[in-house]
Design a protein around this ligand. Sequence first.
Ligand SMILES: Nc1ncnc2c1ncn2[C@@H]1O[C@H](COP(=O)(O)OP(=O)(O)OP(=O)(O)O)[C@@H](O)[C@H]1O
Ligand SMILES: [Mg+2]
Length: 559
Amino acid sequence: MTRVEVKNVWVKYRGARDYALKGVDLEVGEGVVAVIGPTGAGKTTLCKAMAGIIPNMGAYDDFKGDVLVDGVSTKGMKVGEISKKIAMVFQDYESQLFRTTVELEVAFGPENLMLQREEIEERCKKSLKAAGLEGLEKRYSFALSGGQKQRLAIASLLSLQPTLLVLDEATSDLDPAGKREIYEVAKGLMEREVIKSLVLVDHHLEKVAAFADTVVVMKDGRIIKTGDVEEVMSEVDLLKNLGLHPPDTVEVFGHITPSEKPYPLSLDEALSRMPKVARANPPPSPKLNSGEPAIMLEDIWFSYQKDDWIIKGLGLVVRKGEIMGLIGQNGSGKTTLAQLIAGILKPARGKVVVFGRDMTRYGVMIRGKEIGYIFQNPDYQIFSNTVREEVSYGLKAAGLPPHEIDARVKQVSETLGISNLLEEDPFFLNKADRQRIAVASILVLNPKVIILDEPTTGLSPGETTALMNTVVELNKQGTTIITITHDMWVVARYCDRVVLMADGKIILDGPTRQVFSDHEFLERYDIEVPTVVKLSRQLAGHTYLTVDEFLQNVEFQTG
Ligand SMILES: Nc1ncnc2c1ncn2[C@@H]1O[C@H](COP(=O)(O)OP(=O)(O)OP(=O)(O)O)[C@@H](O)[C@H]1O
Ligand SMILES: [Mg+2]
């Protein structure tokens, strides 16, 4: 049955130049609906309209049309009434957390529903388990890692057991296994009819392919295509033109058997439909960078709370000119390690050497010239009233002359595509823009080492590619790069070397091709390598890191 009916909805935000939604019609029934499209297409606005947030909260110049949930219009409904039925996890999940501890956060919803004590406890326990947060009940929310906070936002809505659950890029900061698990949990709740409908927004089309029944493609405030998941995913050109990243199996089959649509969406199906391999060239053997060390860490120990060691005797050498990917489960210590390198945190024991100088005792002010750190949440970094002020702040602090500041700001803004935003207030921009502003404010300083802490969350694959291409350019000019990410395709495509962290230690360290060749080992640490890597291991016995590499090196038998 139809749960949500979106009827010719038009939305114009207060002061906006154009409509964010331009006559959207959609019906959501029992299956999982995924909404995909480039940044700014209107996905979040559509979600908010379905969740009753629009037009009941916020300011609009215009709202037309209607949204019916179980046949009742959401217009004029009180937030309390709506939240009994619909829950939405925001892209900007930290804004959703407002209580002090993990258990209070999760209990908040059920408490407001006036449920019995035992029922509340039961729901909280289940939701925390589902979101992988068992054992952290008493923790202050601010003392969680980025991904743990996102898990908490999800848990707090699962505990409401809504009729409709809307997940707007809700797994962006989760480790690869976590992304899958959350969707499995949501689907399991649907199967048990705890929730009736599920709407997902996700740039990760392999996840969409694995979980959605129907896919809605948006662009410029309109729905431009709706169809079964197999059908939409086979529109490789459409997806690519929108800056989206089709599943690896789809891209491979789009090349080798273009006329045989729909293309396979899973590894197993791809393997069974794959023509016989005639020849597979071995990829170049991985080379280790033996250059001069940029950063050396020796026996680093760190704790936020006394005796609760988060980093445990860690040693690491990052060499000049490397692009290193730092990966690991949520809470494994990646952000902590990055902040120890940048001098934001100080180790209890151990040594931090930067370009040959012992920097252990110097903080971020001294280290800032050498190392630029871009926060996981750009909002921790952004504090100015205009984008221009924000991006030029560090240059002003360094005492550069105004003409040079202007020139650098101009150049970096152009590279990152934010020139048109320079006079805007960052506070009113979307997360992808704020992410790029945070990156810009570090890039202008031209540090020798740049640490990007999950720079691609909130960005579409097209924007991610643009950002990483900029990073690669900087690297070619000599900048050493450390990037923390849960997007393994980003690691596969751009990083020479991968370091895997688990529980405050380094578990594996080597050239990307070598590390990714042991995907079974990585899975123990919740890392899932790109599907094309698994496909190439099984099919050709080699590790090709990207679809392009696969297609260039594998020849198939004809006839
Ligand atoms: N301010 C804090 N106080 C206490 N514990 C903290 C604090 N910040 C982080 N932690 C804990 O330290 C551990 C490492 O956190 P960290 O943020 O470094 O993880 P991460 O690998 O970056 O995770 P994610 O992938 O989720 O961003 C986690 O168990 C986390 O809960
Ligand atoms: Mg982190």
